[in-house]
Design a protein around this ligand. Structure first.
Ligand code: ADE
Length: 217
């Protein structure tokens, strides 16, 4: 995918920190027309992805990459909503298989047989799981040591300790009559840390009372 050939993700691939392989399940269909979907048993609108091509793609992946206990993530609005701690957990793993659905869904037996995690990227519906998979890959990859450089640190950022980030300022000291808060120019790091922490609390309370409750725990 072209997203993997840009910027930080491209560098991570070039540095051999991450590797992304894309498989088209149609290539694994044993049907003479390379069919990968069929009508739903019980009737109703839409099509359902058949189990055979997905299962054979999965077998191919775990065999060619010698994956022992595969984690298979199915991207679906029915899944657990993605967050920073899920990204953190996945960043510790050697291999992750992302299964992207299309049409109405995939045959439940695939979920029962091979899927270990069902993840949603939010309460809205997309046409397929490809963008959600990229979002997961991006959010996971940037937590792997070496992917981000010195200037893109994730030590202090939103969702750390369930707080949103404080505001940032750079040169010039005055822009369109707006001044940088004087504490940031003071050189007093105790006061700067205190100001940033208070700003984080303030904005989290205001915008994300749900996060703020967790931050207080
Ligand atoms: N596929 C379609 N919509 C989705 C969503 N919100 N999250 C994950 N996968 C999806």
């Amino acid at each position: 995918h072209s997203y993997m050939n840009e910027s930080i993700m491209k560098k991570a691939v070039e540095k051999n920190i991450i590797e992304v392989n894309i498989y088209n399940i149609r290539d694994f269909s044993t049907n003479k027309h390379k069919k990968v979907d069929d009508y739903p048993f019980g009737g109703g609108a839409g099509m359902v992805m058949t189990p055979q091509p997905i299962y054979d793609t999965y077998k191919h992946i775990i065999e060619t990459h010698n994956i022992k206990n595969p984690r298979v993530v199915y991207l679906t609005p029915k899944g657990k909503v993605h967050n920073q701690s899920i990204a953190q957990n996945f960043s510790q793993l050697d291999d992750v298989i992302f299964l992207c659905g299309h049409y109405e869904g995939i045959d439940q037996r695939i979920i029962d047989l091979i899927v270990t995690d069902e993840i949603s990227i939010g309460d809205y519906v997309l046409t397929g799981g490809e963008l959600p998979a990229l979002i997961l890959i991006d959010s996971i990859s940037r937590l792997i040591p070496g992917v981000l450089g010195q200037n893109e640190s994730f030590e202090e950022e939103s969702f750390k300790d369930n707080l949103l980030e404080y505001p940032h300022y750079t040169r010039p000291r005055e822009f369109m009559n707006l001044e940088v808060p004087s504490v940031l120019l003071s050189g007093n790091h105790k006061n700067i840390d205190k100001w940033r922490y208070e700003e984080s609390i303030k904005i989290t309370k205001e915008r994300r009372p749900d996060l703020y409750k967790k931050a207080c725990k």
